[in-house]
Each structure stands twice: as C-alpha cells, then as structure tokens.
Design a protein around this ligand. Structure first.
Ligand code: MRU
Length: 365
C-alpha cells in the first residue's frame, strides 16, 4: 500500500541482501520511520517491542530472524536456539510458530553453509504468499460489502477492531482487505474503527491506514460499539485473528469477544478474515487451549501521545498503586462468528466449514 504516494510493504529486503527494512509501528501515526533488521536479537526485539506487530507480519519477521541467526551460527544448536528465542517473543499468534516450523524444517534438510541463503529466500516466499493470501481475502470478502450496498442502497458501515490492515501483514491486510477492494471498486463503505485500548492499534494504525487511502472512517471509543449496533449504525463487523482453532474459535485482540456478543444480540453479521497460516489445526477449544499473552501493566497505566507543540509525552492515567491486568487477546467461540474469510473463500466457523475449504486437512483431523 502507499504512504505519501510511495508504495510500501511493512517488511522488505535491503539491497545488501542480508538485512530487511521494517516500518517502526511504535512511531505511527505521528512519525514514519524505517528500521533495519539484520540480527537474531534485532528481529526478536522488534517483535517483542511491537516495532512490528500483527499475526502475519510477526510470522514473516520471525522467518527473517531465523535467516539472520544462520549468519551468526548455522549449526543445529544455533538453529534450535534461534527457533526457541523467536518463539518466546510473543505466544498467541500462531503465524509466528508456523513460520518458524516451516523455515526450520527446510533448513534441517541442508548443511550449515547453505542455511542463510535458504532461510532468507524462504522468508521472502512466505512474505509473497502472505501478500497473495491477503489480496485473495479481499476478493472473497468484498462480496459481503457489495451485497449490503446493493440491498440497502446506501453506504455500508463496517466495524473493525484493532489493526488488521496492511500494517499487520506484509500488504493489504486481512480484515481491511475487503474494505480496500470495495473502496477501489467504488463501493460506498465507511469504517467504524475501535480505538483498541490499551495500545490503541485502531486509533493509531487503522485510522492512519484508512486516512492514507482516503477510506471514510470514524474512530470510536472501544465501548461505543454495542450502542452503535443497537441504533442501526453498524451493518457488518470484520476483524482479524491471531489464532483460529480447527473448530472455528477465533482468538483476536482483547475486546473482540465483546463486539461479537453485541453483534450476535443485534443480528449483525460478524466475520473474521484470516490466512491459512493463522489456523491452528491442533486445537479444538480456543478458550481452554490458546495461550493468551499477558503484557506489561504500563500499557494500561500510561498513555503516550503528541502534545500541541509537536513534542511527545507519556502520562499516567490509572490511580497509582492499583493492581493492573493486561491480557492482550481474547477468544470468540465459533458459534458467534458468521463466517471465516480466507484466501480460499468464506467458510462456516466450525470444523466442517474449515475442512470444506482445506480438504487436505481431513485426514489429519
Ligand atoms: O498485539 P497486536 O497488535 O500484534 O495484535 C494484532 C491483532 O490482534 C490483529 O487483529 C491480528 O493480528 C490479526 S491481523 C492480521
């Protein structure tokens, strides 16, 4: 997608052939800065500190991290160490583990001297596949928006949570891909953007993306969604996912479950957009089995923002001394999900629905 008229991806190889550039998402929306990653430690830190974030993007970054590790120590022990270090950065999004397994499996088939080039090329392939998957998600999902536009004859209001746009992937995004495709096709679409406390990925990143592409949108406080749904101001919800079980339970940014409950109560379709790399075929009960990342209490107790003079400030917003909890994700049971928008089409959010789209998984199920 574009920033200031220039096409960008969130991660792209440097001309030196041994490093990548990423967009530093901790600086958005107020500053656009690139960061160079060239080491295992650098890649792991970028994921942990959320310089890069979003399930598909951290998968691609981890794949490159494994490549960098192979320049540092390409032995089997070095490979095991790098996989463990990268896997420990963020526990919930399965794309990260999926990418590590794919690259490491590939590397175990070759000798140490070949490993860096192998891993770097494989990471590049994962990035390209992610772009193609997200574009296909957009093509499959746009029909949902087109159908509502045709039926109602007015602008379609789509609510989204967190950032599941191009910044969360390599390009296009998951939940935002159908919106971008709709906007490009001239369909009347307006996005209701949940701010998404505590890190404000909606207010900072989704709004930044939509602004950059001229997509009409309105940022709302997280708690506004239910009220808007009750008053007919939401036609459709589309969110992303960090891990979806084989039975269709969806793990996504904290607060997603509450939106799904409100959508269910108001008869509003609730769709989840995800590529195949987000599906954890080993799990059946998302609430019981998906590990939920607990992040630093400071994300809840403090807010950072821009001052009127252009400077930045971090301020405390919670009564000092109060205990704080910060679970970063929640799980929406498949029964509350109208459908899963994948690169292969739209599936019911249950085992049969997913197996219908991925029949090669039937034997394993
Ligand atoms: O903690 P984050 O910012 O990495 O969380 C991101 C989300 O929850 C996204 O909605 C999710 O990764 C799906 S996006 C493609």
């Amino acid at each position: 997608m574009q920033i200031d008229g220039r096409p960008y991806r969130t991660i792209f190889p440097d001309p030196d052939g041994v490093s990548v550039q990423v967009i530093d998402q901790t600086r958005l929306p107020f500053a656009f800065e690139l960061q160079r990653l060239a080491s295992l430690d650098g890649a792991a830190r970028a994921i942990r500190t959320m310089v890069v974030r979003g399930a598909p993007l951290i998968g691609v970054t981890a794949a490159y991290g494994l490549a960098f590790a192979m320049r540092e120590d390409a032995s089997n022990a070095g490979l095991d160490h790098a996989v463990a270090a990268l896997a420990a950065t963020r526990p919930t999004a399965i794309n990260l583990r999926w990418a590590l397994d794919r690259v490491a499996g590939n590397l175990r088939q070759v000798q140490a001297p070949e490993r860096f080039a192998r891993a770097f090329a494989e990471a590049g392939r994962i990035a390209e596949e992610d772009v193609a998957s997200c574009r296909a998600i957009g093509n499959h999902g746009v029909g949902l928006i087109a159908e509502i536009a045709q039926r109602t004859g007015r602008t379609v209001n789509v609510l989204t949570h967190c950032n599941a746009g191009w910044l969360a992937t390599v390009d296009w995004g998951t939940a935002l891909a159908p919106i971008y495709v709709a906007h490009e096709a001239g369909l009347p679409v307006h996005v209701i953007v949940d701010e998404t406390r505590p890190r404000n990925q909606g207010a900072a990143l989704t709004a930044f993306e939509l602004n950059g592409h001229g997509v009409p949108h309105t940022v709302v406080a997280d708690n506004a969604g239910g009220h808007l749904m009750q008053h007919g101001q939401v036609d459709l919800c589309i969110v992303g996912s960090d891990r979806t079980t084989a039975s269709g339970d969806v793990c996504n940014k904290i607060g997603t479950y509450l939106k799904a409950l409100a959508a269910h109560d108001n008869g509003i379709p609730f769709y989840v957009a995800l590529p195949f790399s987000t599906i954890d075929w080993t799990l059946r009960d998302g609430v019981a089995e998906i590990p939920i990342e607990e992040r630093d209490a400071r994300e809840v107790t403090h807010l950072t923002g821009r001052l009127a003079d252009g400077g930045f400030a971090t301020v405390e917003v919670v009564s000092p001394g109060s205990p704080v909890a910060n679970p970063a994700f929640d799980v929406t049971p498949g029964r509350l999900v109208t459908g899963l928008i994948t690169e292969r089409g739209i599936a019911r959010a249950d085992t049969e629905g997913l197996l219908g789209l991925y029949p090669e998984r039937r034997q394993a199920a």
